[in-house]
Design a protein around this ligand. Structure first.
Ligand SMILES: Nc1ncnc2c1ncn2[C@@H]1O[C@H](COP(=O)(O)OP(=O)(O)OP(=O)(O)O)[C@@H](O)[C@H]1O
Ligand SMILES: [Mg+2]
Length: 307
């Protein structure tokens, strides 16, 4: 079966008549950070829940740590850490108690759990809130505590469903730094996100998911190299003098029309910007940037990741 920590072939999840995951193949290697990037409803959480052994698959094969979730769910769960999309901390308990109670679920010795909780509160930068209740903590603090809790059993594999959704930029960067630290310690991670910058920052390899299927796979750089031009020129026009996309077809490899701007894909954004001006167009703003996974997604699906 190979030495992948997760191996899925033709994996499916059906809810009644609706199929949320429609036959995906996934291989996650030890030590890597693997991502599922896709918009709302892509099937990311449905996939994560199957890997976490909390939702049975309806088709295909799935191996997690070399075992089948249908047969060995409890044994797998003892060796993985799960951060669900929505925090499910116990609001009545303190920070420390949340960690200790969870540790005791795994049947870990009391003393070990006590030491582990102290270590994880340092990791989550919550040591000064140790004996305070969870409820008044900020969103970022709760997220860090949920991640700390998922590490109580020293998991070989950490599953993070949208780790930073809804957090402010500072809280996100702090979380990214903590996840990077875990990666350096060798913890294999699977992350879902609909933020392309998160996928680019964190993931060694990722799949782009849309409508229950995988539409592309590779490292962030490979995906951008394969599916996007090197640069993008973003043009914004006043609504009354916005030229049709076709007016730029000759200047760029590709032109995408978004509600508020035109995106011109090209190897040389500055050159195209000059040609746009020489052709007599007067955009309100013109910005040259590197192509991103957002451009890859737009190219592959015709839609934007965050709407
Ligand atoms: N328990 C359920 N019963 C019925 N339909 C469901 C159930 N869970 C998910 N779905 C549907 O399956 C599809 C995929 O949902 P899923 O939560 O896996 O998407 P997602 O990629 O995680 O999206 P998001 O970014 O919003 O979290 C959606 O259309 C959703 O409405
Ligand atoms: Mg989800």
């Amino acid at each position: 079966m190979g030495d992948g920590l997760v191996q899925a072939r033709g994996l499916r999840k059906r809810f009644g008549e609706f199929e949320a995951v429609r036959g995906i193949d996934v291989d996650v290697a030890p030590g890597e950070v693997f991502g599922f990037l896709g918009p709302n409803g892509a099937g990311k959480s449905s996939t994560m829940r199957m890997v976490a052994c909390v939702s049975p698959r309806t088709g295909g094969t799935l191996q997690v740590l070399g075992m089948d979730p249908d047969v060995d769910g409890p044994r797998i769960r003892a060796r993985i850490g799960v951060v669900p999309q929505l925090d499910n901390l116990d609001a009545e308990l303190t920070v420390r108690q949340n960690l200790q109670v969870y540790g005791r679920y795994f049947g870990l010795p009391k003393r070990h759990v006590r030491e582990k909780a102290a270590e994880l509160m340092e990791f989550a930068q919550l040591a000064d809130r140790a004996d305070e209740p969870v409820e008044p903590l900020s969103g970022g603090m709760k997220r860090r505590l949920t991640i700390a809790r998922a590490l109580v059993n020293d998991p070989e594999l950490l599953l993070l469903d949208e780790p930073t959704t809804g957090l402010d930029p500072q809280a996100r960067h702090l979380l990214w730094e903590r996840l990077y630290r875990l990666k350096r310690e060798g913890v294999t991670q699977i992350i879902t996100t609909h933020y392309m910058d998160e996928a680019e920052q964190l993931c060694d390899r990722l799949v782009v998911m849309d409508g229950g299927v995988i539409v592309a796979e590779g490292s962030p750089a490979e995906l951008i190299g394969r599916h996007a031009a090197r640069e993008v020129l973003e043009l914004r026009f006043a609504p009354e003098d916005r030229p049709p996309a076709a007016a730029f077809a000759r200047l760029a490899d590709r032109v995408e029309e978004l509600p508020d701007r035109l995106l011109l894909s090209t190897a040389d954004g500055e050159r195209v910007q000059g040609e746009v001006a020489r052709a007599g167009h007067r955009p309100i703003s013109a910005l040259v940037r590197r192509a991103t996974l957002e451009d890859v997604f737009l190219r592959l699906t015709g839609r934007t990741l965050v709407d």
